[in-house]
Design a protein around this ligand. Structure first.
Ligand SMILES: C[S@@+](CC[C@H](N)C(=O)[O-])C[C@H]1O[C@@H](n2cnc3c(N)ncnc32)[C@H](O)[C@@H]1O
Length: 378
């Protein structure tokens, strides 16, 4: 049914190839339930936009602890939400909720990643162009970040894992990547996915540790290696907040291990196929790599199914002073529903520090998706 959604490999947005790393799958058991619940970010705004959807069938593509789903179902008592997550812990929560009297028949739990949607659509006998609203709240949940065993945390020591699906479908752990990636690949991973300026220094320190027969198997070990390599005192992030010197390295590994940017790019194409006309899309992103992909899709700056790396007007010198040509090239079937990107107000940031870098975009599907054009080689 959604066959066309399966994008051929040649046009998948592969930011980086995994070629030089031997894939060693280590299936692990899902982590125990979290200590602290996840607080949903920008919830009021997300629901405000989703409520205007032209129907009552929704997809929460990132169920997590279900904060957004529950608020949506409170706001629309006749709505039904397909609740997707790749994390078995989140899926278990969705299943438990779906069995309560309040949510029976209103939450349909789905286990898998965005790129499993074509299969899941078939299994659920869903047709494309049928969904009224879709929510993406990208990144990790507090349940993942705060649970040492999941291996995402700089501050809680645990095995260096970082797989959002807990190893359900095998895949490399972050420890596998630091143990096996060639130095040049580590530099690229850190630079591209972490926007880490000191990528070379950190990659060297990791390789030195390897050469010294040190196995980097825990989050603390990696954090210490990065800290020692940089030895440049406390860092600040883009918003001038104090940040651990390994924050960017951890982000880079997490994105790589979970193939997050490819998943997001593909998810934007899927959303376009899943939504009915006038359907609502809401995305919440937590760093510029995520937001740029969403923004480019909404603006129509997509070639061969992949968000372009730079704004269209800089892609060719002729376009800078040719607004008409620029407009014709950026054909899009999305209309963003607000002018400026939406961020949390200071009260929300004070209540929930994890919301501080969040950005929300809401868009409506105004026509059928444009055909995917092949990338020009000229
Ligand atoms: C920020 S949390 C969502 C929190 C949720 N909105 C709530 O209010 O509790 C993001 C969730 O998305 C899931 N996720 C991230 N990437 C995914 C993907 N490609 N496919 C499916 N789930 C994904 C993660 O496992 C995580 O549980």
């Amino acid at each position: 049914m959604l066959k066309r959604l399966l994008i051929p490999t040649r046009i998948r947005l592969d930011y980086l190839r995994h070629n030089t790393i031997t894939a060693e799958a280590k299936a692990t058991v899902a982590s125990p339930p979290p200590a602290a619940p996840h607080v949903p970010v920008l919830c009021d705004k997300a629901i405000e936009y989703l409520k205007e959807a032209p129907g009552r069938t929704f997809f929460d593509m990132t169920f997590g602890a279900g904060g957004h789903t529950r608020r949506l179902l409170e706001a629309l008592p006749d709505a039904k939400v397909y609740a997707l997550d790749r994390d078995p812990v989140a899926h278990q929560l969705a299943q438990e909720l779906s069995e309560t009297a309040e949510y029976k028949g209103r939450i349909i739990p789905l286990l898998g990643k965005f790129s499993d949607i074509p299969r899941l659509f078939g299994e659920q006998s869903l047709a494309k162009n049928s969904i009224a609203g879709i929510l993406f709240d990208f990144g990790c949940s507090s349940m993942q970040f705060d649970e040492a065993e999941r291996g995402f945390s700089i501050s809680h020591d645990g095995p260096l894992d970082m797989r959002m699906d807990g190893g359900r479908s095998g895949g490399l752990t972050a420890a596998d990547v630091v143990a096996k990636a060639e130095e040049g690949d580590l530099v690229k991973i850190l630079r591209i996915y972490g926007e880490e300026k000191a990528a070379k220094k950190i990659a060297r320190a990791i390789v030195d540790a390897r050469n010294g027969m040190i196995k980097i198997e825990t989050t603390r070990q990696l954090a210490n290696i990065v800290e020692d390599a940089l030895a440049s005192g406390p860092r600040k992030d883009k918003l001038q907040r104090p940040a651990h010197s390994a924050t960017k390295a951890f982000q880079a590994l997490r994105i790589f291990v979970n193939n997050e940017l490819n998943e997001i790019n593909y998810a934007m194409l899927l959303a376009n196929e899943m939504l009915r006309l006038d359907g609502r899309l809401v995305t919440i992103t937590f760093h510029s790599l995520e937001d740029t992909i969403v923004k480019r899709h909404i603006a129509g700056n997509v070639t061969a199914g992949a968000a372009n790396l730079m704004p269209l007007k800089y892609s060719s010198h002729g376009l800078i002073d040719d607004p008409q040509m620029l407009q014709s090239l950026s054909e899009t079937n999305w209309r963003q529903l607000h002018r400026h990107v939406i961020v949390p107000d200071p009260a929300e940031v004070a209540r929930n520090s994890r919301s501080r870098s969040a950005k929300l975009r809401a868009a409506v599907k105004i026509s059928a998706p444009p055909e995917i054009h092949e990338k020009s080689t000229e």
